[in-house]
Ligand binder design. Structure first.
Ligand code: AMP
Ligand code: ZN
Length: 462
């Protein structure tokens, strides 16, 4: 299996430290708002990587953090804590904010068939580990205390910039960095922040009451669960120049050797060929897709159509086409399931070989999907080919195994069902999503599945 290592800028043969178990870490969500579909693209990439590793027979020990403290408005340690900002805006405690948005994140992830990592670790549950890490850096002379915190001394770490290959001085010349007279270098980043009294999230430390910097979270939690050196670290490309550069600096300064062997980064999702932003009103969520009648798996399908190292452009036309293609793919799979033709073993093996070559070539899922379509379009129809598709779907995660004949509405719906569907439509009009979901679940219990299509609500016996 080959994967692209951002550190070396090369596709490399993947060889885990322990042949039986791959240890990997993924930067998880900052739980201060709804994850948008761009964030979720990065987790679909993470999920595909998990599934390809599992397909190759590896057991996984995979850690994903939940950032519920310390991520400031700018990645470079400026401004307010994102959690605190939302808490103030919504007049809630940061703990309530974290709990709510963590819940929504995992609901969205489940809807996209993103597997949950073996360890999900909240930053606020690991404050002692972070303090210990910072203490170690201070002892070794890489951390220094100032009036407002403890900072990492970038000038002392010779390898700074090796992941992004950006010259630090050049980067600083173009960046807007808050002047902090006490910092040795403008790019020195916070390991620990001293908290003013009104700051709700704060813990005792050798440097007084405060809270951890964002970057130290990942270094400390990765080390706790995966050991000093582990195999893979993932995140979005935006993390390369600051967050991951800082993680490398911290870990390597403390351990005297690199902690991560393969760095992997997912490219960005664009919307209408541009950046997503609140001001443009285009930071779409899974809920927004559902409101327009698109299934979360149509979005997954859209993601699978682009290589993870290429940008992907989201448009409503693109998600519409993805939904149509996914529906056709599932219909095609059903035709295979019901088929009775003879298909030669060699044909099946050739398809599988091509598919495996594609997924093992740095997760070439668009190519693998093309092979899935070749199986679907194969003139002979056979349950053997359906079984092959189900096997391939252990990586794609499109629920091919669950396809069954859709029973279109033929008879008049039982009045009770019609009534519930109407109530749900009303709830949706009033944006009462909770009630709408409850009604959907109730119908589900009655064996009725709803499908919100652009043409309206369809129902069938599940
Ligand atoms: P955050 O919750 O802000 O820490 O971000 C969660 C993840 O989403 C990170 O791995 C980011 O790199 C990633 N991310 C942010 N914006 C996008 C985007 N437009 N496309 C893909 N990934 C993104
Ligand atoms: Zn991280």
């Amino acid at each position: 299996m080959k994967i692209y290592n951002t550190l070396t800028r090369k596709k490399e043969e993947f060889q885990p430290l322990d042949v039986k178990e791959v240890r990997m870490y993924s930067c998880g969500p900052t739980v201060y708002q709804y994850a948008h579909i761009g964030n979720l693209r990065t987790y679909v990439f993470m999920d595909i990587l998990r599934r390809v590793l599992q397909y190759n027979g590896y057991k996984l020990k995979h850690v994903m953090n939940i950032t519920d403290v310390g991520h400031l408005v700018s990645d470079a340690d400026e401004g307010e804590d994102k959690m605190m900002k939302t808490a103030k805006e919504q007049k809630k405690s940061p703990w309530e904010i974290a709990e709510y948005y963590t819940g929504v994140f995992f609901n969205d992830a489940r809807a996209l068939n993103i597997q949950t990592p073996e360890v999900v670790s909240k930053a606020t549950d690991h404050i002692p580990e972070m303090i210990e890490f910072v203490e170690g850096l201070v002892e070794k002379g890489y951390g220094y205390e100032t009036g407002d915190g403890v900072y990492f001394d970038i000038g002392r770490f010779k390898g700074y910039g090796k992941l992004s290959r950006i010259d630090l001085e050049e980067q600083m010349a173009g960046a807007r960095v808050e002047v902090n007279e006490e910092k040795h270098h403008p790019a020195d980043f916070a390991l620990w922040k001293k908290a003013p009294r009104e700051h709700i999230m704060q813990w005792p430390s050798p440097w007084g009451m405060g809270y951890p910097g964002w970057h130290i979270e990942c270094s400390a939690m990765g080390r706790k669960y995966l050991g000093d050196v582990f195999d893979i670290h993932t995140g979005g490309v935006d993390h390369i120049p600051i967050h991951h550069e800082n993680e490398i600096a911290q870990s390597e300064a403390l351990l005297g050797k690199p902690a991560v062997r393969y760095w992997m980064h997912g490219e960005f999702l664009l919307v209408d060929n541009g950046k997503m932003s609140k001001s443009l009103g285009n930071t779409y969520t899974v809920a927004n897709l559902k409101e327009k009648g698109y299934s979360p798996l149509a979005y997954r399908y859209l993601c699978l159509n682009a290589h993870y190292r290429n940008k992907l452009n989201f448009t409503w036309d693109a998600i519409h086409s993805a939904q149509v293609s996914l529906d056709r793919l599932l219909e095609g799979a059903l035709a295979q399931k019901n088929g009775r033709d003879e298909v030669e073993k060699e044909t099946v093996e050739a398809f599988l070989r091509e598919f495996e070559e594609a997924v093992n070539d740095d997760l070439n899922i668009p190519k693998a999907l093309g092979i899935v379509w070749n199986v679907i379009r194969y003139p002979k129809k056979s349950g053997v080919l359906f079984d092959l598709l189900v096997r391939m779907d252990s990586i794609l995660g499109l629920e091919i195994a669950d396809v069954r004949e859709k029973e279109e509405k033929t008879e008049e719906a039982a009045p009770e069902i019609e009534e519930l569907i109407n109530q749900r439509q009303q709830a949706r009009k009033e944006k009462n999503w909770k009630l709408a979901d409850e009604i959907r679940d109730k119908l589900k219990d009655m064996g009725i599945a709803l499908e919100d299509t652009p043409q309206g609500v369809k129902w069938r016996k599940a």
